[in-house]
Design a protein around this ligand. Structure first.
Ligand code: MCN
Length: 812
């Protein structure tokens, strides 16, 4: 079935309310912390208070005698018994040598490398007892100098070395493009625009913290890990094959209801491994629930790039070539997909929506004494979009062109389009998104609104961003050639029951995205049955055949496509059963709206009758067909999907305080075929809030000298709230994806990718009359006020003076 036939089916494009919300809104959800097992103990982790130190000794004598203590483990207990946490993506240096891949121990061995690093695990009968005992674990540290910022790492100052394997703290250098050709264009270009940018580090903070329960059955020698995670099969594969050396069939990973992840629950974390391993050592079920301060310290962080970008143009503002250098902070150790974020998921998006013929990118990636950095909503693509869209607006201002005009002059208009940075876009209509966004944003009325703002003594600015992203993250063969150490397909199983209702088993994982509704819509549409007759099962390696999980806005386009393939198989078999029942040839059977018909006759039977016949095969072609109606399919896409759009932001700035208010925000996106517009709108809202949050409020700050996390709580790390935003104006353009059967493109990250540069471009537009030419996120009032006083940007986003006290909100 092609994408266009599919989009016309009933339920497709219907704004159905989410099936799963009844349980979420009535407190009937089943999150990992809701699970209590018999014989359950509790774990607390002793974490390093230092950013960089040698562990001279660990004394557990007192702690072991504390009430309720069941066991205490430190690095020496696990050394040699298990591997370190693996990194899933190999990046090579330009000379072909591999990146530096130092051991990432499950519990620190000899050294700690960031504040929050795992030093020991204490297991006790209650959480309180485990906490008390953890405080009694005596660790003697020899504190070493800390390396915090990527700027310091890149300058190669000092003699601090985190890992012996990487004496200069560099993990890799990676390049893409033809440097000589690009340099050549720059020598003759009519105009060159240059920009330095910082993409601020973020801390994910899903509502549900990380939680896990390790469980072991002595009777069967089986392990079960309940964990708040986005991809349980990947978690199991990494943990069994690379760390614990256990056979996969002996380990079951269950990720039940998960209260948000935003990327931070893709990864295999040390706590999960420790709990699983220790469950056997102690013959106990062991639960650990992260406290919020542990989320700040030890969940993988996001972003943290420092870049220099240059665009060469002809006299009319046509882009001729771009060159970029980026320093990426990977933190103290390589998290699961960290190495792919500043390379494959970043540099390949730098063409954006434009015909720039030549692009050269260099990326230097560094180890620092900070929490590991990995994928966070958008992963690499927000960094690329921020850089490019800031640069493009700067080009517009320097060339005296409108922000819309320069974009339109450079938009790609023919598809498929091969970019100079490896990707081939299949479809898009960038002019349509821009035109629709301008109308919806009422750009015509902007001058009048600006005058009204100025009459109030405030500043007003408008900012544009035209983003593109690569979603789906596949195909496996290309990802493999680029260093991926995993396949990137998805699996779906359709189990039709005798009465015609259906259970879908998917390798995708829903943790807020509404899959139980949208996947049911897809199945109900194809089979012509009510949506309520379809249930979706996910998040359990014991029930779902296999899966690569949810990230990269891939679930509907890759997981949904696997389901479509399984439905093709169901339809083929069901037609054979129907042909037998109606005494017709297989080739003459048609299936639509839940009915099988014989071409050219009025003979018909409903889907339910075929399902029943498959399981009660009294009248059945047993010589040709097996009973039952249950099919599984794996789908490996041939390309990414490429959602894109134009966002327009208007801000008002208070000259007295520097407070930035987002007054209007318009987003026009192209997600191809839309399954459920209400869910898509919710996804865009969430993404926008995260992107605008990065632009205005959120900023992770470590003290440059000591490596202490200064923004370690919501007192100092400002999360956006509903009141920080206007009512968003949203619309869509539809150019269906050409290579998946649904025609869908991912929507889950778009808002977080497209919005930060729109906000900062608007801030810069507003501040231009004061001589402010440059400004980096976040546009908190103190930083904007400071920039207004100086007529230029604050110099260092990491500077202690700009730390905690200047960016948190007053306590509620
Ligand atoms: N959808 C649709 N039509 C489309 C595209 C999507 O109806 N054309 C629907 C899908 O069927 C699905 C939802 O929209 O119900 C999101 O689909 P998709 O874009 O495929 O994204 P994923 O389901 O793969 O979700 C991943 C994406 C990512 S990468 C992050 S990070 C993120 C996000 O989703 N984290 C989230 N949204 C989140 N939302 C919540 N509530 N919590 C998170 O942790």
């Amino acid at each position: 079935m092609g994408a266009s036939d599919f989009s016309n089916l009933p339920h497709i494009g219907e704004a159905l309310r989410r099936k799963e919300d009844y349980r979420f809104l009535t407190g009937a959800g089943n999150y990992t912390d809701d699970i209590t097992l018999a014989n359950q103990s509790h774990a607390v982790f002793v974490r390093s208070p230092h950013a960089h130190a040698v562990i001279k000794s660990i004394d557990i004598a007192e702690a072991s005698k504390m009430p309720g203590v069941v066991g205490i483990f430190s690095g020496k207990d696990i050394e040699g018994k298990m591997g370190g946490l693996p990194c899933g993506w190999l990046i090579n240096n330009p000379d072909g040598t591999p990146m530096k891949e130092p051991m990432h121990p499950i519990l620190a061995i000899k050294k700690v490398r960031y504040v929050g690093d795992h030093v020991a695990m204490v297991v006790a009968e209650t959480v309180e007892q485990a906490k008390n005992a953890a405080e009694a674990v005596m660790v003697d540290y020899e504190v070493l100098p800390a390396l915090v910022s990527v700027a310091d790492a890149a300058k190669k100052t000092g003699s601090t070395t985190l890992h012996d394997e990487a004496p200069d703290n560099q993990c890799y250098r990676w390049v893409l493009g033809d440097k000589a050709a690009v340099d050549n264009v720059f020598t003759t270009a009519a105009h060159i625009t240059k920009l330095d940018l910082v993409n601020n580090r973020l801390i994910p903070n899903p509502i549900e913290p990380r939680v896990a329960i390790g469980s072991y059955s002595r009777g069967t020698d089986d392990y079960t890990l309940y964990v708040s995670n986005q991809n349980p099969h990947v978690e199991r594969l990494l943990m069994t094959a690379f760390v614990l050396g256990l056979p996969e069939h002996k380990v079951r990973v269950i990720a039940p209801d998960v209260g948000g992840g935003f990327g931070s629950k893709i990864f295999l974390y040390a706590e999960d491994v420790c709990l699983t391993w220790a469950a056997k050592q102690l013959n106990r079920n062991i639960k650990w629930t992260a406290e919020r301060s542990e989320c700040f310290l030890s969940d993988a962080h996001g972003r943290d790039h420092v870049s220099h970008a240059e665009m060469a143009m002809d006299k009319d503002g046509k882009f001729l070539a771009m060159r970029v250098h980026t320093d990426a902070n990977l933190g103290a150790y390589l998290s699961t997909f960290s190495t792919a974020v500043p390379t494959i998921l970043y540099a390949t998006l730098l063409a954006g929506q434009y015909t720039t013929p030549q692009i050269y990118v260099e990326v230097d990636a560094w180890f620092t004494n900070t929490a590991p950095v990995d994928a966070y909503r958008g992963a690499g693509r927000p960094e690329a979009t921020y850089l490019l869209e800031r640069l493009v607006s700067r080009c517009a201002w320097e060339m005296n062109l409108g922000q819309d005009e320069i974009r339109k002059r450079n938009f790609i208009t023919t598809f498929p389009y091969q970019t100079p940075v490896a990707l081939q876009y299949d479809t898009g209509d960038f002019h349509a998104c821009m035109d629709k966004a301008r109308v919806l944003a009422d750009v015509e009325g902007y001058a009048q609104r600006k005058s009204a703002t100025e009459a109030k003594g405030k500043l007003r600015g408008i900012g544009y961003s035209s983003y593109i992203e690569a979603c789906g993250i596949a195909p496996s063969n290309i990802a493999g050639a680029l260093g991926a150490r995993a396949g990137l397909f998805e699996c779906g199983e359709i189990r039709v029951h005798p009465t015609g209702s259906v259970t879908v088993f998917t390798g995708s994982h829903s943790h807020g995205q509404g899959h139980e509704t949208t996947f049911a819509q897809v199945v109900a549409a194809r089979l012509g049955i009510p949506v309520d007759n379809v249930d979706v099962v996910h998040g359990d390696t014991g029930r779902v055949p296999f899966g690569m999980g949810t990230y990269g806005s891939r679930s509907i386009s890759v997981g949904g496509a696997a389901i479509m393939k399984a439905l093709d198989k169901i339809e083929t078999k069901a037609k054979k059963i129907a042909a037998h029942l109606m005494e017709a040839s297989d080739a003459d059977i048609e299936f639509a709206n839940g009915e099988f018909t014989v071409k050219g006759t009025d003979k018909k039977i409903p889907f339910g009758q075929v399902a029943l016949t498959a399981y009660v095969p009294h009248n059945y072609p047993l010589d040709k067909l097996e009973p039952g109606l249950n099919e599984t399919a794996f789908y490996d896409p041939t390309n990414f999907t490429f959602p894109g759009g134009t966002y327009i932001c208007e801000v008002e700035i208070d000259k007295q305080t520097g407070e930035v208010k987002v007054d209007r925000f318009t987003a026009v996106d192209d997600f191809g075929t839309i399954i459920n517009p209400m869910i898509v709108e919710g996804q865009v809202h969430g993404g926008l809030v995260q992107g605008i949050g990065q632009a205005l409020l959120e900023n992770c700050v470590y003290d440059n000298e000591t490596g202490q996390l200064l923004t370690g709580s919501f007192m100092d790390y400002a999360m956006p709230r509903a009141g920080d935003f206007p009512q968003f104006k949203l619309d869509t353009v539809c150019t269906p994806c050409t290579h998946n059967p649904l025609g869908t493109k991912g929507c889950g990250e778009a808002g977080a990718i497209g919005s930060p540069p729109a906000v900062i471009n608007a801030v810069l537009d507003a501040l231009a009359p004061l001589g402010v030419k440059d400004f980096d996120m976040p546009a908190s009032s103190s930083r904007v006020w400071e920039a207004m006083q100086k007529g230029s940007a604050p110099q260092d986003v990491q500077a202690p003076s700009l730390a905690a006290s200047t960016q948190g909100r007053p306590a509620p």
